[in-house]
Design a protein around this ligand. Structure first.
Ligand code: AHG
Ligand code: MN
Ligand code: MN
Length: 359
């Protein structure tokens, strides 16, 4: 099919015609983001040949060691998105403070929030990573954007998306009218629409959680996972499969393709952190994508999209994916909070069982 596929620019112009609220520069702003993702995709794919692997030797504001590619990917977003005149400011997981558009460049009334490289612990082992972004409107004076302008609940997002740098590079995008996937055709340098109107299967037999944290989980999450592990012989009456890629982009992408549930729940590992993932850079944009694809996204107690951030780098518990599974997890949290959950009775976890320890 030589000329048949819609490229991302045409898709955006058509969306903008359909929805007049996507005013002015919207499609051009997304084009700048797309250019950032293409540049990052190129850097990631060159790997050791480009000398981009390994640590940068610095920490980000959250005390996490930065990879060289975390810094390069952050620079790619700034470089491609700061000159177009569509933004008032940007904020990123890798920057301490907001980044107002430098003096000398025109400003627009959008704000861009991003995780430039998600899953960056996978970089040095050549596994999938991605970039996540979210577009908001600037409610305040675009001449003086503030942190407060950014602190909007996920329901206010104009658009959200991610790029996944996997065996193929893909862009997955929502502008509030479903979720659409584009595959990068390296030959012509364009993202082409290959996965229109993605929908998440409501039922699933696949879950994703870092089980090394099990001892820190709350009872409702333990209950859910234990029931999945009990399989056909347990409460659920069916066998489950488990996956953990350590890249939220890759987990969400798998869920969009074939269903599933992803959890980075509240845990007691570090009481100062209510969760591992960041609300503005990871949870909110992914929640918009998941819900636009018919799934559900929650902390277990609150819809992720309804949370108004208190701070730029705020962390939250995240449970998202196939609707019926997320709703089950919400019910388990509710039953636990009300003291109504029945004691778990799976034979797998009974005393002297496979998982119970003992002699
Ligand atoms: P980042 O690389 O942007 O810091 O994000 C990594 C996140 C997320 O993508 C992934 O789900 C999770 O951290 C992995 O956590 P563990 O290292 O605990 O597996
Ligand atoms: Mn991340
Ligand atoms: Mn990151």
């Amino acid at each position: 099919m030589l000329f048949g596929r819609t490229n991302v620019n045409k898709f955006l112009v058509e969306e903008q015609r359909r929805n007049p609220a996507l005013a002015g520069d919207f499609s051009m702003l997304v084009s700048d983001i797309v250019r950032s993702c293409k540049a990052i995709s190129h850097g990631v794919s060159r790997g050791a040949l480009a000398g981009v692997l390994g640590d940068a030797g610095s920490d980000n504001v959250q005390g996490e060691a930065q990879k060289k590619l975390d810094v390069l990917a952050n620079d790619a977003f700034l470089h491609h998105c700061e000159w177009g005149g569509h933004l008032a400011a940007m904020a990123s997981e890798e920057m301490d403070d907001i980044y107002p558009i430098p003096a000398g460049n025109p400003r627009g009334d959008y704000l861009l929030v991003f995780d430039p490289l998600d899953g960056s612990s996978n970089i040095d082992v050549n596994l999938s990573v991605g970039s996540i972004f979210s577009i908001l409107r600037c409610p305040g004076d675009i001449a003086k954007p503030t942190v407060e302008d950014f602190l909007q609940p996920g329901t206010q997002q104009v658009a959200a998306g991610y790029a996944i740098y996997g065996p193929a590079t893909m862009l997955v995008l929502t502008v509030g009218n479903g979720v659409h996937g584009f595959t990068l055709d390296d030959e012509i340098g364009e993202f082409l629409l290959t996965h229109p109107d993605l929908k998440i299967a409501p039922e699933t037999k696949e879950f994703a959680i870092n089980t090394s944290n099990e001892r820190f989980w709350e009872p409702p999450v333990r209950r859910y996972v234990e029931e999945c592990l009990a399989g056909k012989t347990g409460e659920r009456g069916k066998d489950f499969n488990m996956r953990w890629i350590a890249s939220m982009v890759a987990e969400v992408h798998r869920i969009l393709m074939r269903g599933g549930v992803f959890m980075y729940p509240r845990d007691s590992k570090d009481p100062s952190k209510p969760g591992r993932l960041r609300l503005m850079y990871e949870a909110s944009p992914m929640a918009m994508i998941i819900e636009q694809a018919g799934g559900r996204a929650s902390t277990g107690r609150t819809d992720l999209l309804k949370i108004k951030p208190d701070a730029l780098h705020q962390r939250v518990p995240v449970i998202l994916g196939s609707r019926s599974e997320v709703e089950r997890l919400i019910r388990y949290h509710d039953e636990y909070d009300r003291g109504e959950d029945k004691p778990f009775t799976s034979p797998l976890f009974a005393e002297r069982s496979l998982f119970a320890g003992g002699d």
